[in-house]
Design a protein around this ligand. Sequence first.
Ligand code: GUN
Length: 163
Amino acid sequence: MEQDVFVERFGGVFEHSPFIAARAYEAGLIDEPLTVESVHDALSAIFRTASPDEKLGVLRAHPDLAGKLAIAGELTEDSRNEQAGAGLDRLSADEHGRFTALNSAYTEKFGFPFIIAVRGLTKDDILSAFESRIGNAAETEFATACREVEKIARLRLTSLLPG
Ligand code: GUN
């Protein structure tokens, strides 16, 4: 597969961060046949060697859960499906208020949005993870967010590739 085709197809696996796919390709890490595992290993290896600033940029490229972009209908298709899959597009006013308050407090504390691989989680699971993780130390939470980004990438790849 040519680099531009690869980046076009897999550039969004790390949200709004096609440089990850481009670097993986340029590093010669992409071998046919493409599988979830092989592509996930390659993209994650590149993500792990990215600079702290680049990682922070990837974290910041994520929209808030049940945030303004979601309400405005401006999410990527993957984000929209993930958020809707967890019922975040059908919150009561009270639940919505909790998300809004937590989103602000979390971003204020850490400088990036709360990221969690939501597939298989209910909105209550997500709220309790949110309430617990907001108490973490900054370094712990940065590492946790990076792990969640890799999990989200794996879930996205399962829709694009055979196992
Ligand atoms: N978890 C799964 N998808 C998303 C997303 O788009 N944004 C955030 N913040 N977390 C997610």
